[in-house]
Design a protein around this ligand. Structure first.
Ligand SMILES: [Zn+2]
Length: 263
């Protein structure tokens, strides 16, 4: 993403804090874009709502909340109602870029994330909203064996500069008020990653993410080498591991394969 280009970007998420956890670093790094954040649940939860709006100020973003059901039972939302609510909350119908949850969610497992992803992709596919590109968050938690991490071979993967990560961590711990040992604070990813779609058809069939297996398998070999270098020294997602020349070499290798990973 060229920081000098002004883009209109809509970030559509289920809960207050999703925008910060999964894209907060990217928003902080590129503040000159026109960021608009739609959060679909919790407008009537006064505590979380006021924290969301305080976060928006610090992200230099505009945004709005809806109040769809987010009760403990997590009954499936009515698809049409969810799509209508997204259209009602968005300030327009065209954006340069839309960012939302992935069809598989970001961790194991939250139905609201998956429902929001499906609704946004459907609206884009049906041309009720238009965008040059749609990105979905690219994270996984090894089926709950660790906190969610950015997927390194996603289309876009960027380690956050330390200063940016600290600002994001402060949003989670101070502005949202999550304790340092909370799931949210422990998760706060050091890197952010996205799947990038230029055609809604591909977003409707997310298995197309891996349409070039050769590139992906070359990448996997390099990744194994890269992992071996770190596994004994540093935690994979530690600050040291993220900022070493090997990590940078890994990203250059990705670029050389034309795996698009730059904003
Ligand atoms: Zn959420």
């Amino acid at each position: 993403m060229n920081s000098k280009t002004l883009k209109s970007i809509a970030v559509i998420v289920a809960h207050p804090d999703d925008e910060t956890l999964w894209a907060g670093g990217t928003i902080l790094e590129y503040p000159t874009n026109n960021w608009f954040i739609v959060c679909l649940c919790r407008a009537s939860d006064t505590e979380r709502a006021s924290r969301f709006y305080n976060t928006l100020k610090l992200l230099k973003a505009k945004g709005i909340m809806g109040d769809l059901d987010d009760g403990p039972d997590q009954y499936p939302l009515d698809e049409k109602k969810l799509e209508d609510e997204i259209l009602r909350l968005l300030p327009g119908t065209h954006f340069d870029l839309i960012i939302t949850h992935d069809s598989a969610g970001e961790y194991t497992k939250h139905l609201r994330h998956e429902e929001v992803s499906k609704a946004v992709v459907t609206l884009w596919h049906d041309e009720k909203i238009t965008a040059n590109e749609l990105w979905t968050f690219a994270y996984e938690d090894g089926n709950k064996t660790y906190f969610p991490r950015a997927i390194e071979n996603a289309d876009i993967f960027e380690s956050l500069p330390e200063k940016i990560w600290l600002r994001k961590y402060k949003l989670i711990t101070k502005t949202y008020g999550f304790k340092e040992n909370s799931w949210e604070a422990e998760t706060t990813p050091l890197a952010e990653a996205f799947w990038r779609f230029k055609k809604s058809y591909h977003a409707m069939k997310p298995e197309k993410k891996f349409d070039d297996d050769i590139k992906v398998s070359k990448l996997s070999i390099f990744k194994l080498l890269y992992n071996d270098c770190f596994i004994h020294t540093f935690e994979k997602q530690s600050w040291e591991a993220e900022t070493t020349p090997w990590t940078i070499a890994f990203r250059r290798f990705k670029n050389s394969l034309n795996v698009e990973n730059k904003l």
